[in-house]
Design a protein around this ligand. Sequence first.
Ligand SMILES: [Zn+2]
Length: 229
Amino acid sequence: MGALALPQRELNYRLKRSSARRTLALRVDGRGEVAVNAPMRLPLAHIEEFIRTHADWLHARLQRARVIPFAWQDGAALPWLGGHVTLRVCPPGAGAPVRLDGAMLYCAVAGRELATQVLDWYRTQARGLLAARLASWAAVAGVPTPPLRLSNARTRWGSLSATGVVGLNWRLVMLPAQAIDYVVCHELAHLRQRDHSPAFWREVERLYPDWREARRLLRGSQHLCFHVA
Ligand SMILES: [Zn+2]
């Protein structure tokens, strides 16, 4: 791992040297991690110069990944319904260990328990909120509300099982309501059309005309993965 101060911010990157390589290459992955592939013996100054000359490109890519540096501690910004709530660690007391009050998420636990409790809170909120959206959109679609399964997939926001169970990722509650509604409508549309044929997209369009914009929101949110140690 190397670190380099670019004009606006310090950049952390992974340097991979290889004797087979003759040129430099810069990559930003979906999680906003930067990797530099370099020839075995190329001086570091050359590599840093190369990164600097690509600073604009890098910033654009990192912006797109919208990387949120994250640590489980007091003051952390937690994504919530397209915005953020601020994590406030407070002394243990009576009542629920995690409690949302306005834009503050009070959590009366410390250490490793913090992540566990907050993620439990997310899942509980997700179950209620997503079940309500599913019921409401099923009514619009004119179908009985399908059973809901909360999913923890890393790469999928929603799914529909062969038996008609709608799987919704609990992380959806981090996204704006439009994104949630689109995913719900997408899966409901699959009740009528299992494939992604033009007939399917007509069904999505009928249910949720703003699906294109919502899909863009989803594509910009692929980084919203919490790793629980
Ligand atoms: Zn689909």
